[in-house]
Design a protein around this ligand. Structure first.
Ligand code: HEM
Length: 412
């Protein structure tokens, strides 16, 4: 390494009072680090050196150019998603990603168009019922059901039934519990053992059903995984379970919270109702990128923009702060889908807008997510206006950033 590199400037230790800073406090700490120190800012959470990266060129260095130097550790998520593609690393990750990639891009993706459309129609039919009866329903809950229904159809080829829907609540309970679980892996597992067993039962029942059904004309992702299992020894039933749960976890809360935010933002900005659905989704993801913090771990000494990063450093890339940086996005707190209208001027740098991440480990479901959200909005937006009975007061920052309470509404 050259000798003219500098240490990363550090936020004064008194600014970091807490050892396990979480949620809104963590966002506040990160915002202070960026304001006070800059786009590459060090601070200490306990003994661990941590570097926050919000400078677009540095983001591209970490996520785009050197995913081998900055790896995922995902120790908490592993309890739920095991060795699925979200947490896998090295050659195993490469093989798993390649297999799934073919399902979620190009022709693979086209196979799911009909299923996405069917899930959107099902939600629209429910909303038509709410409009007729005038009953109050929860928008967040509706979006959760829709998003789970679409991934479930992509995975199994079948619509989500009420029982599976109920049982898969266990996934959310585990995800919600994660940030507060004991650090010891065995203790953490014990704390949510019942819910993990429920998730396993649903996954194994789906695997058995797909195996029994045999090859079909419209195979789901699960079928593809089973076929891999017949040919590649690494695809054990355990790994197939892990991929299935990974796709459920990665593919439903992210989409559901995005749509829930979108309807809340439209309530504040009724003039935006006529905007193009894709622009609405993009602008919602700018203000509330559901994966708001992307943690990495430096495997070797490195230099980012002249700053020395020691091996072992935890590096946090924060799309949430990047998307609200006034140097990149003028008047950043304002919801304005016109930013994403065709021909509108936007920051050109890849690292300036990354709701789906960046580089080799970017979201596998990007096209799927964009298709399902726009398909749903095309049906729901013309149906009428939501009148909220009450609204969440703010945001809860956990693994995702979501509205921090229920969102009951009636459809007029
Ligand atoms: C609006 C919805 C979504 C958002 C905002 C989103 C966001 C992201 C982000 C930021 C990452 C990268 C995480 C990192 O670098 O640490 C990611 C990864 C991933 N996403 Fe999504 N996602 C969404 C929907 C989906 C859907 C629908 C699926 C699947 C059906 C999916 C599957 C995955 C998978 C498997 C990964 C891990 C990829 C890998 O590590 O190779 N996501 N997502």
């Amino acid at each position: 390494m050259s000798t003219d590199t500098r240490p990363v400037p550090e936020l004064a230790p008194e600014a970091v009072e807490q050892w396990r800073t979480e949620g809104a406090e963590l966002v506040d700490l990160l915002a202070r680090a960026r304001r006070g120190v800059g786009g590459i800012a060090a601070f200490r959470l306990g003994p661990e050196p941590t570097v926050l990266v919000t400078d677009p060129a540095a983001v591209q260095h970490v996520l785009g150019r050197h995913p081998d130097r900055y790896v995922k550790r995902s120790h908490r998520a592993r309890m739920l998603v095991g060795d699925g593609v979200l947490s896998a690393t090295g050659d195993a990750w490469k093989r798993q990603r390649r297999l799934l990639q073919s399902q979620f891009t190009g022709t693979g993706m086209r196979r799911y168009e009909q299923r996405i459309a069917a899930a959107a129609r099902r939600t629209a039919e429910r909303w038509a019922g709410y409009r007729r009866s005038g009953e109050t329903f929860d928008v967040g809950e509706e979006m959760r059901r829709f998003a789970l229904d679409t991934v479930w159809r992509a995975l199994t080829g079948l619509p989500l039934d009420d029982r599976t829907d109920r049982e898969l609540r266990a996934v959310e309970r585990v995800v919600a519990a994660m940030p507060k679980l004991p650090t010891d892996a065995a203790d953490a597992r014990d704390a949510v053992a019942e819910d993990l067993a429920l998730v396993d039962a649903v996954a194994h029942a789906a695997i058995d059903a797909a195996r029994e059904a045999g090859p079909t004309e419209e195979p789901g992702v699960l079928r593809v995984l089973l076929e891999a299992g017949d040919q590649i020894p690494a695809y054990t039933d355990r790994l197939i379970r892990d991929e299935l749960v990974t796709l459920l976890v990665a593919g439903h809360e992210t989409t559901a919270t995005t749509l829930t935010w979108l309807f809340l933002l439209l309530d504040e900005h009724p003039e935006a109702r006529t905007a193009d659905p894709q622009a609405l989704v993009s602008e919602t993801l700018r203000l509330y990128p559901s994966a708001w913090l992307l943690p990495r771990h430096a495997t070797q000494d490195d230099v980012i923009e002249g700053h020395h990063i020691a091996a072992g450093t935890d590096v946090l890339v924060c799309p949430y702060l990047i998307h609200r940086d006034p140097a990149l996005w003028p008047d950043p707190e304002r919801f304005d889908p016109a930013r994403f209208a065709p021909g509108a001027e936007r920051p050109g740098h890849l690292g300036a807008y990354l709701p789906f991440g960046l580089g080799a480990r970017a979201c596998l479901g990007t096209q799927f997510a964009l298709r399902e959200t726009t398909a749903l909005l095309e049906l729901l937006l013309p149906m009428g206006e939501l009148a909220y009975v009450s609204k969440p007061k703010g945001a809860a920052y956990s693994i995702t950033v979501r509205p921090d309470g229920p969102s009951p509404a009636v459809l007029r």
